[in-house]
Design a protein around this ligand. Structure first.
Ligand code: ADP
Ligand code: MG
Length: 263
């Protein structure tokens, strides 16, 4: 049984301005301990997919389940890291790292101890008494990761967590994410709009396209996690393969739109 299972999931948002079909018939199975990347253009339903996986949204059709049980509410063993990190500016780095544990009702001394360990893991030990606005973008990102690690989750969901960072820093943080996944063995779902990032951090890469959001292709990437992966031919070949798939579908979509317009 897959750990995380999307079966024929569709999501339509209803607002006063009308309906938006954000996801159409998504089928996706993620095994326990697997790392997958989801890549696709803006508006193709990536964030919707993560919110469904986190139990923050219910699908309008189909089902999302963990180990066979429906994901009907936020799950204790799942952490979701958002692009804006969700840090509280009036709390110290240590208290921000401990926030998830606080919400789960863990006693103060115990949660601080656990949060200290997590900060050490991500290299922020020297900044415990700082406040978020005293941190660089990369450090904020590490803090968000520490908060998730402190929870000892079995599933880590991340929505474009590195997109605000410059290229060099981004690679460092990608290394940190890879290292932590390898060390902790949690299931990981990373949403990104970077093909390189998807290839570096996904054993399987899900390519989505928009209007309505759906899966175009799923590509296996068995070389993920090998040392110096970024510098290897296999890495470049995989990026090229993804680009070709994306371009092919973009062309097909354009041809269909032209036909529709002409008809
Ligand atoms: P992505 O993360 O890939 O950019 P989203 O999942 O955020 O895509 O959005 C998919 C589609 O659903 C978009 O057209 C977006 O405008 C729409 N959408 C997302 N959230 C809402 C919402 N709360 N209400 C109405 N429409 C939404
Ligand atoms: Mg999004």
């Amino acid at each position: 049984m897959p750990q995380l299972n999307f079966e024929n999931v569709s999501m339509t948002y209803r607002a006063a301005s009308g309906k938006t079909e954000a996801l159409d018939s998504l089928d996706l199975q993620v095994e326990a301990g697997q790392a997958i990347s989801i890549v696709g253009p803006s508006g193709c339903g990536k964030s919707t997919t993560l919110r469904l996986a986190a139990g923050l949204l219910q699908p309008t059709q189909g089902s999302v389940s963990y180990d066979g049980a429906p994901a009907e509410q936020p799950r204790q063993k799942t952490a979701l890291i958002l692009q804006d990190f969700g840090l509280l500016p009036w709390k110290t780095v240590l208290d921000n790292a401990a926030l998830g544990l606080q919400i789960r009702g863990v006693a103060r001394s115990e949660r601080r101890q656990t949060a200290r360990e997590a900060l050490k893991t991500v290299g922020l030990s020297d900044f415990q008494t700082h406040f978020p606005n005293q941190l660089s973008g990369g450090m904020k990102q590490r803090l968000a990761l520490a908060r998730a690690l402190a929870l000892d989750v079995d599933t880590l969901l991340m929505d474009e967590p590195l997109s605000a960072l410059d290229a060099m820093l981004r690679e460092q943080l990608q290394d940190t994410l890879l290292e932590q996944w390898q060390r902790n063995g949690y299931t990981q779902v990373l949403v990104t709009h970077s093909i390189e990032e998807a290839v570096y951090l996904g054993q399987r890469i899900v390519i989505m396209q928009s209007r309505p959001g759906r899966v175009t292709a799923v590509v296996d990437n068995p070389e993920m996690g090998t040392p110096h992966h970024r510098e290897q031919d296999a890495f470049f070949a995989r990026c090229k393969q993804l680009r070709a798939i994306i371009a092919q579908h973009a062309e097909a979509a354009q041809a269909a739109a032209t036909e529709e317009g002409g008809a």
